[in-house]
Design a protein around this ligand. Structure first.
Ligand code: SF4
Length: 344
């Protein structure tokens, strides 16, 4: 059965009229969906027969929170159960400017990045637009806060699920729906070059983030196998095209791993690669992934790295605040533990 959370207002209007109801009922239903109800019976301004009709045609409860971990800084990591039993993760974060949700776009991921827990169980399937919206609704229900920033950086490679992710972005920005600003949506990719060109041509005002993590192809390929298919030079070329088309600043995410990618040689090469471009580097001291044997860089090394980028190459650089480090916030870790408990 179709998930009502994935229906646009227009599609709901068509359904209502086709099923013999007045078109204005569609807006009533849509408002309830956007409010996050997960039970048709809660749609209190609809008549019983209309509710029964909806129940026969649609499902609604698609990303129920079954477990959560709350950090001392207010970060909440949630495990959502999908209607087919699969589980995914989201993270709710509080910032000065409001509330942000980092959501998943796939169950697992097939990009196989060495530092990422999402990949340990492989890739099960793509998420639907409705399941991405469902994560937002459920987080809002759970916290009572309105999400105004969304980061597509949970489990999954968003550009590997292009059409559904694009559907999500459009639905999330719908003025009659969640009404998010495109500028408040960040899409993070490991660098699927043809899809970056395709996304550039959509001319959305979202923020594109590239998971870079190493400026040398051979080394990057060891932690991010996608580099063998799409080398760094090709990614940077696609990013330049994206900037030209959208006039938006692109973020480069760089997770610092002790002894792996945090030396001066790496900082120099990254600086040369990005110098003079409309970009911003986000340095992330990684959360430890026990299964991968990887540790975060020392503070001294992080400072040196930033200094080279900022002062020598004039590349705008920040060190990301580590949120929720006490609750396994690295992507895929909560899901991973849940899957483990299911297996054991
Ligand atoms: S870092 Fe992102 S792209 Fe890489 S395996 Fe994890 S979820 Fe996939």
């Amino acid at each position: 059965m179709e998930d009502i959370r994935g229906m646009s207002l227009e599609a709901l209007k068509n359904y209502m009229v086709a099923s013999g109801e007045k078109a204005f009922r569609a807006k009533q239903v849509y408002d309830w969906v956007v409010k996050g109800v997960s039970d048709f019976d809660a749609m209190s301004n609809l008549s019983k027969p209309v509710i029964e009709k909806l129940k026969k045609a649609f499902v609604i409860d698609n990303a129920k929170i079954i477990e959560k971990l709350e950090s001392a800084d207010g970060t909440i990591k949630s495990l959502h159960q999908l209607s087919d039993g699969n589980v995914i993760e989201s993270v709710f974060m509080t910032y000065k400017h409001g509330y942000s949700a980092c959501i998943s776009t796939q169950v697992g991921c097939r990009m196989n990045c060495a530092f990422c827990a999402s990949t340990l169980g492989g890739m099960a399937r793509n998420l639907k637009t409705s399941e991405m919206l469902g994560q937002i609704y459920e987080i809002q229900n759970e916290t009572g806060k309105r999400i105004d920033h969304v980061v597509l950086m949970g489990s999954g490679e968003p550009l590997d699920n292009y059409d559904e992710v694009l559907g999500f972005i459009k639905a999330a920005c719908d003025e009659t729906g969640l009404n998010l600003s495109g500028r408040n949506i960040t899409l993070s990719t490991c660098g699927l070059v043809p899809k970056i060109y395709q996304l550039a041509d959509e001319q959305l005002q979202i923020t594109l983030a590239i998971s870079m993590h190493n400026p040398f192809n051979e080394e990057r390929a060891e932690i991010m196998p996608v580099t063998k298919k799409y080398p760094i030079e090709e990614i940077v070329k696609a990013v330049s095209y994206y900037i030209e088309k959208t006039n938006r600043r692109v973020t480069f995410e760089y997770a610092l791993i002790e002894g792996e990618n945090d030396t001066e040689r790496h900082a120099e090469a990254l600086g040369k690669l990005l110098k003079g471009k409309l970009v911003h580097v986000n340095l992330i001291p990684i959360n430890e992934v026990a299964e991968r044997g990887m540790k975060p860089s020392l503070q001294k090394q992080i400072n040196r790295f930033k200094d080279i980028l900022m002062n020598k190459y004039k590349v705008n650089t920040t060190v990301r605040r580590e949120l929720g480090s006490d609750i396994n916030a690295a992507c895929g870790q909560l899901r991973n533990q849940h899957v483990k408990t299911l297996i054991i």
